[in-house]
Design a protein around this ligand. Structure first.
Ligand SMILES: *Cc1c(COP(=O)(O)O)cnc(C)c1O
Length: 392
């Protein structure tokens, strides 16, 4: 759909945009401009002249339509782990008489770790309850303060029914927090329609803003001036440059800002968001399903040793497809050596992301041909492909 707007190295089929999106061509120039024309020439005056100070809110408003959010409800900053903490803390403070954070075993570990850390800080009065993904609705009761879920499972691609679970949470007085790490830019999200209290996500996966790009947080419009900011940094103050002794939160979504924004990475995000101006998420979703179905059918036909662990029904799957194999790690390394980049997650999962902005049918067919060849000629079975790297 937009292949020419990305830098994809020659000979590479990139099936890992669910983990780190590729470089948008325009981002290189935009970051260079921020470096030389803004930082270089304007120095500190760029906070005003180049609009650095307002980037978190301005870019939040640009990102909002991608996740179905209203203007003034999204702000950019920090990393997703931090945003999870903020949303959780704010959610818990809305239900002081309840003591359970409910999540599922498919959630990404950092979301669970951040919850554990927050619980300790709060004196262990709150419990983290981890249930099976299919069983979440059965555990939404009057003890649960917050339901914290990731819509798309990072390992299997399993997609939660966000609308149903949010409604069920609300019917039980539970605050809903959705992590959209594998949803934003991958499939249509309707935050305004679904109406959860909070949502968070990152911009370096399907939104292609680069390694370490800042995260986003959404707060429902009726809560933007009420949500309790646990990380009460000066950039979320109502008047950061009054340098008051006491913290008074901004009466807007800006209260979810913490400290100084990563300006250069924001420049990359700005360029990455340009690509979405004329892209329909419905089209992205349809094409992603088409590519994923093609991949599943071809792999099952040509590589019968691999087992699908993603849901077979495309309506219950995000934009990635995962297969298991005991030799998964070595297979992924051997594939990467041949230019087909997917990734591996413990204990035996091979993940492939389908991002129609820069992947087409021809890429999918080529990728399966290479996968089939590696399995048939056993070229994966070499020491160099079994040596674990630190980052997998
Ligand atoms: C990728 C991902 C993260 C990463 O968090 P960072 O703080 O940005 O490193 C967190 N949660 C989920 C669900 C993810 O998929």
């Amino acid at each position: 759909m937009k292949k020419e707007q990305f830098h994809i190295p020659k000979g590479v089929i990139y099936l890992d945009g669910n983990s780190l999106g590729p470089l948008p061509v325009a981002a290189a120039a935009r970051v260079k401009q921020a470096l030389t024309d803004e930082w270089g020439e304007m120095l500190i005056t760029a906070w005003n002249k180049a609009g650095w100070f307002h980037q978190p809110g301005v870019l939040g408003d640009r990102l909002a339509p991608i996740i179905g959010a209203q203007p003034g409800t999204v702000v950019i900053g920090d990393t997703l782990s931090i945003k999870v903490y903020q949303a959780l803390a704010a959610g818990l403070s809305m239900r002081p008489d309840r003591s359970v954070i409910l999540t599922d075993s498919g959630n990404f570990p950092t979301d669970l770790y951040m919850a554990e850390g927050l619980i300790k800080t709060l004196g262990n009065k709150v419990e983290l309850k981890v249930v099976e993904p299919d069983d979440v609705d059965n555990h939404l009761d009057e003890n649960v303060a917050v339901m914290m879920l990731t819509e798309v499972d990072y390992r299997t691609g399993r997609l939660h029914d966000m609308d149903y679970l949010t409604k069920t949470a609300h019917a039980n007085g539970v605050v809903a927090i959705w992590d959209l790490a594998h949803s934003a830019g991958a499939l249509p999200v309707d935050l305004a329609g679904c109406n959860p209290e909070f949502a968070v996500g990152c911009t370096y996966k399907y939104l292609n803003a680069g390694p370490g790009a800042p995260a986003f947080i959404y707060t429902r419009p009726d809560l933007v001036d009420k949500a309790e900011p646990a990380l009460s940094g000066w950039m979320g103050h109502s008047k950061p440059f009054a340098f008051d002794k006491n913290y008074v939160p901004s009466n807007s979504i800006e209260r979810m800002r913490v400290g100084t924004p990563p300006v250069l990475q924001m420049a990359a995000l700005d360029a990455a968001l340009d690509i979405w101006d004329d892209v329909s998420l419905q089209d992205v979703r349809l094409k992603s399903i088409e590519l994923s179905e093609l991949f599943i059918a071809q792999v099952e036909k040509r590589c019968p040793d691999l087992s699908l662990i993603s849901p077979r029904d495309s309506g219950q799957r995000g934009s990635q497809v995962s297969f298991t194999s005991d030799n998964g790690y070595a297979l992924i390394q051997a594939l990467t050596a041949k230019g087909v980049i997917g990734d591996y997650r413990e204990p035996n999962v091979m993940r492939f992301g389908f991002t129609p902005l820069y992947i087409d049918r021809e890429d999918v067919l080529k990728a399966v041909t290479i996968l089939e060849k590696i399995i048939k000629d056993k070229s994966w079975d070499q020491k160099q492909f079994k040596q674990r790297s630190e980052v997998t």
